[in-house]
Design a protein around this ligand. Structure first.
Ligand SMILES: C[S@@+](CC[C@H](N)C(=O)[O-])C[C@H]1O[C@@H](n2cnc3c(N)ncnc32)[C@H](O)[C@@H]1O
Length: 271
């Protein structure tokens, strides 16, 4: 009697089940960082093109053996962040770009033809926003000790801003007074609270020294500060030298971050 072999006849039950199974979804954790997840149909109330939206995203990130817990949390936060997605969709280098966009919507500091200095500019989101706003007749000069790919319409100096030669180099590149000095500089945190605080203040003070030296009368200064905002001597100087001094926390600034911005407008000039 002839014996049946599995190859000559219909597939065994288990194999049949697999053939009928729906295609497996790609787990986003296995795709490259920042890669868009599978496209899903747009639901009613979902953010439209160009909106970051407040809707909570919920991309699950599997823990992986070689990935540390902190990195998994970071990855989850990135993948679930509507501003990260919006930046990617709109071609901005960083989600930080939306902080400047929001600050500008509120305080109107960027205008066509303006000369702008961007301190701590890598990876380039603020440079992109500024260059777009000032257009061909304006000028954008940035500095960062990290290298970054070129931004169209901006000249970038790769150097530590605290190097004593940096301010003069920036002034040479600018070729005149500035209308706006932006500083989004942030040093890597050490975890030691008072050390971190001192470093933040030192960066903000150095940025203000430079702004006072390079701004044209009427100019503006936008600077990242932390916790209670600009305080003590820094705040006194700002109030003395600018007509208005305001603090703002853009929506794009994460709510669990102590970061905020001080926006000083109407520079009174150098005595
Ligand atoms: C929050 S990021 C800036 C993001 C940027 N605004 C954007 O939109 O892409 C802060 C930057 O400040 C830079 N930074 C911190 N201290 C600096 C220093 N002393 N000189 C130059 N850059 C500095 C860091 O290297 C970092 O790239």
């Amino acid at each position: 009697m002839e014996r049946r072999t599995s190859s000559s006849k219909s597939p065994p039950k288990r194999q049949k089940k697999r053939q009928n199974a729906r295609p497996k979804k790609t787990n986003i954790a296995t795709t490259a960082l920042g890669e868009e997840p599978e496209k899903r149909s747009r639901k009613k109330g979902a953010p439209q093109k160009g909106e970051a939206g407040n809707r909570e995203l919920n991309v699950h990130v599997k823990t992986a053996k070689r990935r540390e817990y902190g990195s998994t949390l970071w990855l989850k936060r990135q993948l679930n962040d509507p501003y990260v997605r919006k930046a990617k969709a709109e071609g901005y280098r960083s989600r930080a770009a939306y902080k400047l966009i929001e600050l500008d919507e509120k305080f109107s500091v960027l205008r066509a033809g303006a000369r702008i200095v961007d301190l701590g500019c890598a990876p380039g989101g603020w440079c992109q926003v500024a260059a777009k706003k000032v257009g061909g007749k304006g000028k954008v000069v940035g500095i960062d000790y990290l290298s970054m790919p070129e931004v169209m319409g901006a000249d970038v100096l790769e150097m530590d801003f605290l190097d004593e030669a940096a301010p003069d180099k920036l002034k040479d590149m600018l070729g005149g007074e500035a209308d706006v000095v932006l500083s989004d500089m942030a040093a890597p945190t050490t975890g030691h609270k008072s050390t971190d605080h001192l470093r933040i203040i030192a960066l903000a003070e150095a940025a203000l020294d430079f702004a006072e030296d390079v701004l044209a009368p009427g100019g503006a200064f936008v600077c990242k500060v932390f916790a209670g905002g600009a305080e003590g001597e820094l705040l006194t100087r700002l109030k003395q030298n600018f007509e208005t001094v305001k603090h703002a926390k853009p929506k794009a600034s994460r709510s669990d971050s102590a970061e905020k911005y001080v926006v000083a407008t109407g520079f009174r000039g150098r005595g």
